[in-house]
Each structure stands twice: as structure tokens, then as C-alpha cells.
Write a protein that binds this ligand. Structure first.
Ligand code: GDP
Ligand code: MN
Length: 376
């Protein structure tokens, strides 16, 4: 789960990183009051879970409370990369002398974390890396050792950051560890005219597997960024939205993962990952089908079930009951194999739904689903 800038800012402050004083509101009138409390001159910033707000017009400097109200009026409701702005943060403006980039990100391939840092912050790191790759330092972090002062000094040195950033680098690592984050990014981290090191922006991605330890994000923690993922999570389904057109439903995460590969191998792209698990009750199947079919990108659905402890006829019963409760609008390709496959297939044959077809092999069914997705 990604946090909003103002939430990231809160975490930074709790771990002793300097951040500008700020308030958050969803109303222009209250923005004016906030600006007055903050001393009049403020930066008005859109709170959306995407970067590039500055370029999109979502960050404005306001000279006084009246200007802050006008800026908030302009920014609230704005669309930034598909995210509608519902709240703005008003922050005390900072006198910037230089802007840096620092982040820690999980590096799965290396089995650790990666520190990325640059003395040329402000713009997006991809841009900095493309323009001047030598200006971006990348340093592996052993998660068991973490970022000690010595390690932080090495990061600062490699990126040519001022020595005062060392303390911030150590604290930022503590944010990552204590808050169960997979990513913490500060862009820009700035040196003010007075020489202080201040985090002017913040991005934090929390590890969803640690949600139970991060109760403070409560209801916020349940609101996924993708509406389909939110709907699926509400029903307790293991669903991840992807960018293709073949809906995929299977029992068991391993089977679903390999189903995605087989679909891709047939030249199509999976629209989602959905594991209905070992039990695969009729209700779970119906819920899963409803979510997958409500995805406007889906053109065909591949239901891939390998009966193990759960017999195929029970799964077929589930599919039939799902067909009675969910309005099926797209072709379904079903492959049943394993425990009681023959009985399961007979159950579906008997139901004879016009949009449901059975293919007995995984490869064959994937090919059929891929064809249907590209010809529908
Ligand atoms: P992003 O565009 O979504 O990454 O939003 P940022 O929070 O990084 O803001 C974009 C840019 O606005 C920053 O790189 C700064 O140059 C500028 N900015 C943000 N806050 C302040 C501030 O308090 N004072 C000044 N002078 N500039 C600011
Ligand atoms: Mn930024």
C-alpha cells in the first residue's frame, strides 16, 4: 500500500527527520485558515498517490491566505495521471538551496535493499538516471546490517551529498524497518539556505503482508488503489489486476502463476491473477467470477482448476452455481483436471451454458482463451 505524502511526512517526523509544518484539508476555505495558521505564505500541494504533481500543476506557491484558498480551489478536483485530488496539503515554504534525491527500495534479485541517491534531486529519478547516469549512486544494503552511520556516510559520499545528510539517511532506514516499508523515497531532500536538511516530499510503500502490524492505517489500509482490487480484497479474494485481456481464475497460487505464463506463451496477456484457493466453494467461485467479469479489459476468462483435496465435481458445482448468480457476459474456457475430473466435466456439460466451453488440457484451454480474447 502506498501512503500519501502527508502520511509519509508524519512518519518522517516521528523518526526525527525535519519536515515543514503542514496541514491537510479538502476545502478551499479551510485551506485559507490553515495558511493563516502557518504564517500566510504556503505551498499548496495535491495529495495523490502519484509523482509528477509539480509538473501537472498540483504544487503551487501561495503568497498569502487568500492566494492559498484560490490555489486550493484550482487543485482540488484536478486529475493527475488518473488520480482525482480530494485533499491538499498546505506547507510552510522552505528556502531551497539545493535539492537531492534519496531512496531505499527492496531489491528482490539481490536479496536485499538498494540505496539510490543523487545530488541532483527534484525531478524524477528516471530522468536524472537517463540524463546523467553517473550522478546516481546505487549501493547495496545487507538487510541484516542495515544502514549504520558508516554505511550512510558511504552512501552520502558516493552521491556527493553534504555530510549533514548522513543522519537523515540513518533515520530514513529506521522508517523503512520500523514501519514495514518496501520503499521510502524523498525527492527532493533539500538543504535550506540556513543549512538544515529537510524532507520536502515523501513516498512510502508499506508491505501489505505486514498490515496486521500497522493498524494505524486502518480503513486506509483496506482501500487499494485499484477499485477492482479493493472489491476483491473486500471479499477476501487473492486478486491482482494486470494489464491484459484474458481473465484468469485458478485454485492454488502456483497453478495460477503458471497459468499466467501459459496464457502469455499463447501470445495473449493475462488481465489478472486470481487464486480461489484450495476450498473453492461456490460462493468463492461466484465472487471471483463477478470480480473478473466486471473488469472492462477482460475479453475472455480462463478457469483453470486442478482437483486435489478439492474434487473437480465440487468445483464444477461451484461454477454452475456461480453461473446462476453472476451474469456471464464474456466467454469462459474451463479446464478441469485431477481428482474427479470426469464427473466435474459432466456437471458442466449438463449445465450447457452457451458461453462456457471446456478444454481438457491446460495448453489447449489457454490457446482457446487467448484466441477468444483476440477475436471477440
Ligand atoms: P512532485 O512533483 O509530485 O514530486 O512534488 P514535490 O513535492 O516534489 O514538489 C515539486 C517541486 O516543488 C519540488 O521539487 C520543489 O522544487 C518545489 N517545492 C515543493 N515544496 C516547496 C517549498 O516549500 N519551497 C519551494 N521553494 N519549493 C517547493
Ligand atoms: Mn517529488
Amino acid at each position: 500500500m502506498d501512503l500519501y505524502e502527508h502520511q509519509a511526512r508524519e512518519l518522517f517526523a516521528e523518526h526525527g527527520i525535519l519536515v515543514p509544518r503542514a496541514e491537510v484539508t479538502g476545502s478551499p476555505e479551510r485551506a485559507r485558515e490553515s495558511a493563516r495558521r502557518l504564517g500566510g505564505r504556503v505551498v499548496v500541494k495535491a495529495q495523490v498517490k502519484t509523482g509528477g504533481r509539480g509538473k501537472a500543476g498540483g504544487v503551487e506557491l501561495a503568497a498569502d491566505p487568500a492566494a492559498a484558498e484560490l490555489a486550493a480551489r484550482r487543485i482540488l478536483g484536478m486529475d493527475i495521471k488518473g488520480h482525482t485530488v480530494a485533499t491538499v496539503m498546505l506547507a510552510e515554504p522552505v528556502d531551497i538551496e539545493s535539492e537531492f534525491y534519496v531512496s531505499y527500495v527492496l531489491d528482490r534479485a539481490a536479496g536485499g535493499f538498494l540505496a539510490i541517491a543523487s545530488a541532483e534531486g527534484g525531478m524524477e529519478i528516471e530522468e536524472i538516471a537517463a540524463r546523467r547516469p553517473e550522478a546516481v549512486a546505487r549501493i547495496h544494503i545487507d538487510p541484516a546490517e542495515g544502514v549504520t552511520s558508516a554505511k550512510a556516510a558511504r552512501i552520502a559520499d558516493a552521491a556527493r551529498l553534504p555530510p549533514r545528510t548522513v543522519d537523515v539517511l540513518v533515520r530514513l532506514w529506521q522508517v523503512l524497518v520500523r514501519e514495514d516499508a518496501l520503499l521510502v523515497e524523498v525527492n527532493p531532500l533539500v538543504r535550506t539556505a540556513q543549512g538544515a536538511i529537510v524532507a520536502l516530499d515523501g513516498k512510502v510503500t508499506l508491505d501489505d503482508n505486514a498490515r496486521y502490524r500497522q493498524a494505524r492505517w486502518g480503513s486506509e489500509g483496506d482501500s487499494r488503489d485499484d477499485p477492482l482490487e479493493a472489491a476483491a480484497a473486500a471479499k477476501g479474494l487473492n486478486y491482482v489486476k494486470l494489464d491484459g485481456t484474458v481473465g484468469v481464475i485458478g485454485n492454488g497460487a502456483g497453478l495460477v502463476m503458471s497459468t499466467l505464463d501459459v496464457v502469455a506463451g499463447c501470445g495473449a496477456r493475462p488481465a489478472n491473477f486470481l487464486d480461489i484457493g484450495g476450498g473453492a466453494s461456490a460462493q468463492v467461485m461466484a465472487d471471483g467470477l463477478a470480480v473478473v467479469l466486471s473488469d472492462p479489459d477482460v475479453r475472455s476468462v480462463f478457469v483453470n482448476v486442478f482437483g486435489g483435496i478439492t474434487a473437480c465435481d465440487a468445483v464444477a458445482d461451484g461454477i454452475v452455481r456461480a453461473l446462476d448468480t453472476v451474469r456471464v457476459t464474456k466467454p469462459l474456457v474451463v479446464r478441469l483436471d485431477g481428482n474427479n475430473a470426469a464427473r466435474g466435466r459432466a456437471v458442466l456439460d449438463e449445465r450447457a451454458h452457451p458461453l462456457v466451453q471446456q478444454v481438457t488440457t491446460m495448453d489447449g484451454a489457454a490457446r482457446r482463451a487467448a484466441e477468444l480474447a483476440t477475436t471477440v
